[in-house]
Design a protein around this ligand. Structure first.
Ligand SMILES: *[C@@H]1O[C@H](CO)[C@@H](O)[C@H](O)[C@H]1NC(C)=O
Ligand SMILES: *[C@@H]1O[C@H](CO)[C@@H](O)[C@H](O)[C@H]1NC(C)=O
Length: 337
């Protein structure tokens, strides 16, 4: 933490009733393990400041404890097992109720308007609103699998969080946040269903999966942005209006010109972003460019999984083309490749 953000307290929140789960070990799938060395995802939510008598911090903490009774994997840690017989290692989630981290911070000199700037500029201090300082998923062996940082500002509250991607994906985290929010506003967890775990392995895959020791080792730290030889990128927020999105979608679909394919809004906006970024970069001609898309596999595996099943069920798939091809065709040229 730093700049205008001051840490008030840091604590560990444990599930209220940690033996409710009856499940102590969750084996990780190849999808999970492929994320071992990537950064923990971080997100943030911005709220108006509640009344003084709402007792925000103590309410958030006690409701988090209740939410973790249901979402017990977030309160665990990763565990590594050494397989001496073939000199490999295996990982699982140990649902041991160790708890999630809760940070309370204050940024009394900052307002919501300092964060949400008119032309999408991203202020430098924003990094202090998030709890994961360069954490990789593999750090879940010792670090909490979920951490939240609640920063109180002049006129708002920012809730920054990270989660360990080997344990959950965006769909699961969003369900968790929704449940936590309901418990926080109602003060009770009644009516919430127990968690549906994914329990999914390809037929014929023996688990726990054995991976080479070298893949389980944390890569050496990258030089920080300031010291790196790669030009420093500037963060920017882009805002698409509803009309922008429907225009892009209509444009892409008119380029297809056939009713056999429907281009979705997400596809049209992603293609537009990819082309715009490359058009404004210094890349040219035969240079390769990649666009990585995160795919939710719940409905794509056989048999399909329930939409709200908990776990990590995403796969990162790259699309690759040359700059020439990317810029030389319309929106759809890419999508149909
Ligand atoms: C989105 O809409 C605004 C306002 O109408 C316009 O200026 C802008 O060019 C549009 N952007 C795209 C990508 O269509
Ligand atoms: C595309 O969308 C239209 C309108 O929603 C629908 O009638 C049509 O069946 C869709 N086509 C395909 C191939 O999904």
């Amino acid at each position: 933490m730093g700049g205008p953000v001051v840490l008030i307290s840091s604590s560990i929140v444990q599930p209220g009733n940690s033996d409710q789960s009856g499940q102590t070990k969750i084996h990780l799938t190849p999808f999970d393990l492929s994320l071992l060395q990537i950064d923990c995802p971080q997100r943030g939510l911005l709220f108006p400041k509640p009344d003084q008598d709402f007792k925000l911090i103590s309410r958030l903490k006690s409701s988090l404890s209740t939410a973790l009774e249901i979402y017990f994997p977030f309160a665990g840690r990763l565990a590594k097992v050494e397989n001496l017989e073939d000199n490999t290692v295996s990982f699982h989630t140990d649902c041991d109720g160790s708890g999630a981290r809760f940070l309370h911070a204050e940024a009394k000199s900052l307002s919501v308007s300092d964060i949400v700037q008119p032309h999408g500029e991203v202020p430098d201090f924003i990094k202090h609103f998030f709890p994961a300082d360069g954490l990789k998923n593999s750090d879940g062996l010792t670090e909490p699998l979920l951490a939240v940082q609640v920063t109180e500002m002049k006129d708002g509250v920012f809730l920054g969080y990270y989660y360990n991607h080997m344990v959950a994906d965006g769909v699961s985290v969003w369900n968790f946040l929704h449940t936590w929010s309901m418990i926080c506003s109602s003060g009770s967890s009644s009516g919430h269903q127990p968690l549906v775990l994914k329990r999914w392995f390809l037929q014929g895959v023996n688990y726990p999966i054995h991976i080479p020791v070298s893949e389980a080792e944390r890569p050496p730290p990258q030089p920080s942005r300031e010291l790196s030889s790669v030009p420093v990128m500037q963060d920017r927020v882009f805002h698409f209006t509803k009309k922008n999105i429907s225009d892009l979608k209509a444009k892409a679909n008119s380029e297809v010109g056939s009713s056999d394919t429907n281009i979705s809004s997400l596809q049209a906006v992603s293609a537009h972003m990819w082309r715009s970024i490359i058009r404004h970069s210094a890349l040219t001609g035969e240079g390769e460019t990649h666009c990585k898309v995160v795919v939710d596999l719940r409905q794509r595996v056989n048999p399909p999984l329930e939409n709200d099943c908990f776990g990590n069920m995403v796969y990162i798939t790259p699309a690759t083309t040359t700059v020439e091809e990317l810029l030389g065709r319309g929106l759809v040229g890419l999508l149909c490749k």
